[in-house]
Design a protein around this ligand. Structure first.
Ligand code: ADP
Ligand code: MG
Length: 244
């Protein structure tokens, strides 16, 4: 579904991804861990083709097609959907208008109301300008509703469980678990709360713009909980010395 090879990306002349390799198979969900500033969001933006993220070398393929140089709208049409970590406020655009535009020919009215009900998005939230004054939970539920309405083949979730209380986490977790059954995904999480609901098949850890290890999600999360990212930094140093 997604194959990333030796990806180097810079933002504003600053190298943020330094040779990322990642492969996610059809129907698989993977999880990505990594300390703050390690480049996780930059990887998401690079997969999406967000302007400003300059690919210096390497390749991104999606569904067997090289998308490295494709514009963002084409990638989205191919089926990549992203739930952003920090989506912007947009004055003048109501959530309901955006959902209406996104859902065109993708979802019936009944399907949309079912989704909104399950995510506890009521008409008063639908009538508000996008993310303006939304709480942490409302932002995430609204982001997830927008992305699921697009029916993407591949869903990227950048910290869907950050800044979300336990009730919101349950709503989000259940909906994502159901939706990830028949599509592929990549979830970024710090504390792993979302993994109580969604069960990825593989975990990766990113440090300083490279993926330093892969493994079984539960094992890796437990190690991070026990000793933070100290041991990952040692793996990073080992990888770096192997490369030199
Ligand atoms: N627009 C930008 N301009 C310059 N540097 C950036 C920009 N966005 C991110 N960075 C830098 O890239 C690095 C990786 O950031 P990010 O991808 O957000 O990490 P993470 O999501 O793992 O916390 C950080 O050092 C951050 O400061
Ligand atoms: Mg981030």
């Amino acid at each position: 579904m997604l194959r990333i090879e030796n990806l180097h990306v810079s933002i504003d002349g600053r190298l943020v991804l330094r040779g990322v390799d990642l492969e996610i198979g059809d129907g698989e969900t993977h999880v990505l861990f990594g300390p703050n500033g390690s480049g996780k969001t930059s990887l998401v933006m690079s997969i999406l083709g967000y302007p400003g993220y300059r690919v210096l070398s390497g390749r991104i393929s999606f569904d067997g097609v090289d998308i490295t140089d494709k514009p963002m709208d084409e990638r989205v049409r191919m089926g990549i959907g992203v739930v952003f970590q920090n989506p912007p406020k947009i004055y003048g655009i109501r959530l309901k208008d955006l959902i209406k535009i996104i859902s065109k020919s993708k979802m019936s009215g009944a399907e949309i109301s079912g989704l909104m009900d399950r995510l506890n998005i009521n008409s008063s939230l639908l009538n508000r300008y996008l993310n303006v004054g939304f709480s942490g939970g409302e932002i995430k539920r609204s982001e997830i509703a927008q992305v699921l309405t697009m029916k993407p083949k591949f869903v990227i979730l950048d910290e869907p469980d950050s800044g979300v209380d336990l009730d919101n986490l349950q709503l989000i977790g259940r909906e994502l678990a159901e939706n990830l059954k028949d599509r592929s995904g990549l979830i970024i999480t710090h504390h792993g709360y979302i993994l109580n609901y969604v069960k990825p098949v593989k975990a990766h850890v990113m440090v300083n713009g490279v993926i330093v290890c892969n493994g079984e999600p539960e094992t890796i999360l437990n190690r991070i909980k026990e000793s933070g990212y100290r041991w990952c930094e040692r793996c990073y140093e080992m990888r770096r010395s192997e490369r030199l």
